[in-house]
Design a protein around this ligand. Structure first.
Ligand code: KG4
Ligand code: ZN
Length: 335
């Protein structure tokens, strides 16, 4: 079964052709990052307008690279939640048009389920159940993946998402948007012991909190400047990253131990972080757990992961009609 998948929830217009959920025949991503960089973050109206301009070309290229026509497709899958509403509506409307024109089933996909599915594309042997740490620009969740389409949220952030904290801390350090990857790079030549940052506490054992950590970075920079100095940005990046990674690792591993989970996975844009990948890989090894993580190219937003999850949604009968809508927020355990 060949699925044409579309993703437009934030600042990437993406399309892919995925066969039987696991084989990527093409994946095209048109990123708007350079334009949003000018404003220090994604400007929703600009994102919607660029999706509108780019989506036809991106879908056309995905079909061409897969050496296929729309008539060769068996279904159209599209991210319909969560995300920037204007951005999502472009993808959803386009997918509806394609599905109507070619008389194909229309499959709505939850963006975060797509991020989790990126693991199936990287590791062909991976099957649920497993415990997944989802860390993106908008989400931070510990999720029990009980089946391909059945999830249970075990823990979540009580304030900022992990990626949001990386991006805001990076901005304070003077890095461009999105700053997560710049912190990752700078941290490699910094001394994580040079500064001390607090690990925020949460009430629920598997919940996360990042806003205090972000504020501590901003305060440290201000205080240093007030005294006429400049922070050592590489060391501050290393310290921030180590603190964030420690929090994510400790909560995720203790959830796995307490829930008796032996198979772990990582997903979302922050899954590209080299320190997080290494820390979780070491911790899983230490506790005799299997650990899966997506290829770097599949961590940040793409449509291949939507095509993969779309296949399993289709098998579960989760197909939409032409009244399909987009939603800025949607609970992860809801279909
Ligand atoms: O999943 P994603 O592409 O978009 C959302 O669904 O939110 O995630 C983007 C996030 C951004 O916050 C970005 O800074 C972060 O992923 N990110 C990283 C790294 N690469 C991307 N954060 C830390 N280290 C990285 N290497
Ligand atoms: Zn994403």
């Amino acid at each position: 079964m060949k699925i044409l998948a579309i993703e437009s929830s934030c600042d990437e217009t993406a399309a892919a052709v995925v066969e039987n959920g696991r084989t990527v025949l093409s994946s095209v991503i048109s990123t708007q990052i350079d334009e949003h960089k000018l404003y220090g973050g994604v400007v929703p109206e600009i994102a919607s307008r660029r999706h509108c301009e780019n989506i036809t070309g991106v879908v056309k290229e995905a079909l061409e690279r897969a050496d296929a026509a729309l008539s060769d497709m068996d279904a159209v899958a599209v991210t319909n939640a969560p995300g920037l509403i204007g951005a999502l509506l472009v993808g959803v409307s386009f997918a509806k048009g394609l599905a109507a024109a070619a008389d194909l089933p229309l499959i709505p996909v939850h963006h975060i389920k797509g991020h989790i599915a990126a693991n199936y594309l990287t590791s062909s042997e991976l099957e649920p159940p497993f415990l997944c740490l989802v860390v993106s620009g908008g989400h931070t969740h510990i999720v029990k993946v009980t089946d391909y389409t059945e999830l249970e949220v075990v823990g979540k952030t009580t304030d900022d998402a992990a990626g949001e904290a990386f991006d805001k801390a990076a901005r304070a350090m003077g890095f461009p948007y999105p700053g997560g990857v710049y912190i990752d790079r700078a941290a490699k030549s910094g001394d994580p012991a040079k500064y001390t940052l607090p690990i925020p506490k949460t009430q629920a054992p598997y919940d996360f909190s990042f806003s205090g950590l972000k504020t501590a970075v901003i305060n440290l920079i201000h205080n240093t400047r007030q005294k006429g100095g400049e922070p050592d940005v590489n060391s501050l990046a290393a310290c921030f990253q180590q603190t964030a990674v420690t929090m994510l690792k400790d909560k995720f591993i203790s959830a796995a131990l307490e829930l008796g989970e032996k198979k772990l996975a990582l997903a979302g844009g922050v899954a590209a972080n080299s320190a997080l990948r290494a820390a979780l890989s070491d911790a899983a090894k230490l506790h005799g757990m299997e650990f899966y993580l997506p290829d770097l190219s599949l961590c940040t937003d793409n449509a291949a992961m939507i095509g993969c999850q779309g296949y399993y949604e289709y098998l579960a009968g989760n197909v939409a009609d032409m009244s399909l809508n987009a939603y800025a927020t949607k609970k992860l355990h809801c279909l």
